[in-house]
Design a protein around this ligand. Structure first.
Ligand code: IPM
Ligand code: MN
Length: 359
């Protein structure tokens, strides 16, 4: 099969980890007899520097025409000025919206041999395997937003959380289907005791599940309680679906469970068209250019691209198994290495995965 893959390396460690993802995709293409072509385009801070726009039109066009998109990370202190006309993050929000990528899948799995790297005790994290599904193109990140001058010279800023029936239905359906294919347990997270948008979320989610997925074990948890349960009993969750901001926050919290953010991939998908795949971690400007970033999250994101956008399950599993084998063999990048362990660099870690794939 032929597939056009767009690479959006972005800022900070983005280019370093994306390059390892590309190599792994190319190797899988060779191994399984596929023709993957790669095109690289700017996004984020570097795109602001070069084109004055965090998502240049040419980047968006190339993405629309592709079969799948692999992104590194965007942002950094250089573009953090709150008075700046635009920000790197705006490019990411726009590409999600433009491509209709309303569901963000963030699996949080723990590896047996890394349990002791978790900040939580082994007996708490053991067995944790959660698929977070975050609504990605609605809610407070896309509602009306404004800042106004008051007469006394002070200012008032407004950000609005907006959800409509259709937006909740489609993301809950994706989550419910995923739960059917996993442990059969779906948890919806909201703040319905306070927010009107959450009360609609809860009503619609419950109806969709009751009518269309009656076989699921279904429960509802308030977001503040969820923040607590996630570190007290993470292994009791299966699929968790929630709105944009709650999902943003809870998945950062959840990403600490397996020991390092450097291991977690994510997929952003819509009802059709290419999906966008990226590591959960950010651009890590403090270690950019040092060649020490962990490429495994991006490599695992490449596996998700194969699975969700190209229907290449076997190829995706090959990557996931290779990563497992590399970790099982004790190879660690700096984020995972204990004091007495040798830490591999980004490229060396990529090479370990490639070697495993070519076995
Ligand atoms: C994420 C990031 C983005 C978000 C930022 C960079 C806009 O934090 O993917 O979680 O908030 O969605
Ligand atoms: Mn985030």
């Amino acid at each position: 099969m032929n597939a056009k893959i767009v690479l959006l390396p972005g800022d900070g460690i983005g280019p370093e980890v994306t390059e390892e993802g590309r190599k792994v995709l190319a190797a899988v293409g060779q191994k399984f007899g596929h023709e993957f072509s790669f095109e690289t385009h700017p996004i984020g801070g570097n795109a602001i520097d070069d084109f004055g726009d965090p998502l240049p039109e040419a980047t968006l066009e190339a993405c629309r025409k592709s079969d799948g998109i692999l992104l590194g990370a965007v942002g950094g202190p250089k573009w953090d000025d709150p008075t700046a006309k635009t920000r790197p993050e705006a490019g990411l929000l726009k590409i999600r919206k433009e491509l209709g990528l309303f569901a963000n899948l963030r699996p949080i799995t723990t590896h047996e041999f890394l349990l002791d790297s978790s900040p939580l005790r082994r007996e708490i994290v053991e067995g944790t395997d959660i698929l977070f599904i975050r609504e990605l193109t609605g809610g407070i990140y896309f509602g009306e937003s404004k800042i106004e001058q008051n007469e006394d010279g002070s200012e008032t800023a407004t950000s609005t959380m907006v959800y409509s029936t259709h937006e909740v239905e489609r993301v809950v359906r994706i989550a419910a289907k995923a739960a059917q294919g996993r442990g059969g347990h779906l948890t919806s997270v909201d703040k319905a005791n306070v927010l009107e948008a959450s009360r609609l979320w809860r009503k619609v989610a419950e109806r969709v599940v009751k009518e269309e997925f009656p076989d699921l074990k279904y429960d509802v948890v308030l977001v503040d309680a969820m923040a607590m349960h996630l570190i007290s009993r993470p292994s009791t969750f299966d699929v968790v679906v929630t709105g944009n901001m709650f999902g943003d926050i809870l998945t950062d919290e959840g990403s600490m469970l397996p020991g390092s953010m450097g291991l977690l991939p994510s997929a952003s998908i819509g009802s059709d068209g290419p999906g966008l795949y990226e590591p959960i971690h950010g651009s890590a400007p403090d270690i950019a250019g040092l060649g020490i970033a962990n490429p495994l999250a991006t490599i695992l994101a490449a596996a998700m691209l194969l699975r969700h956008s190209l229907s290449m399950e076997e190829e995706a599993v090959a990557i996931e198994k290779a990563v497992d084998a590399v970790l099982a063999a004790g190879h660690r990048t700096k984020d995972l290495a204990k004091e007495n362990e040798v830490a591999l660099g980004t490229i060396e870690m990529g090479e370990k995965v490639l070697a495993e794939l070519s076995r």
